[in-house]
Design a protein around this ligand. Sequence first.
Ligand code: THU
Length: 152
Amino acid sequence: MTETSNDRDALIDAARDAASRAYAPYSGFHVGAALLLRNGDVVTGANVENASYGLTLCAETAAVAKIANEGWIGELAEVAIVGGRPDGDALLGGAPVNPCGRCRQILNEAAERSKTDILVHCASGDGTAVKTYRLSELLPAAFGPKDLGLID
Ligand code: THU
């Protein structure tokens, strides 16, 4: 889709900065996520891997955990995700990184609570290739708090 927002480039920059704090010694793939809140604040996360590989936390999950723990899960407006292999202090380019299935579901929790079909900007490591989606395109017919009768 072609929809963009003024926040897009700043949000991608914040995600790239977050990716520099990834702990990814096993895959060598650094991911950063930046969550824009309604009040303009940006909260970031990066992937956290584990010697027991399956326990890895994705960047989006780390970022959503941060906003939930602050009481802001219903304040999400927009998301940017960046991923790539490190090249010195930067990340190599390539294709835009797509959120994994689990992260789509975790983002959906915050999006439903925020009553917004959020924009998700998926960017390459160098930020030059970007694809923007609505979360509903990435996770159609989602299961969420509305299915449990918790929200309208
Ligand atoms: N990763 C994320 O952080 N987010 C995603 O949506 C996709 C994958 C991380 C997990 C792992 O540390 C690395 O990327 C390679 O899969």
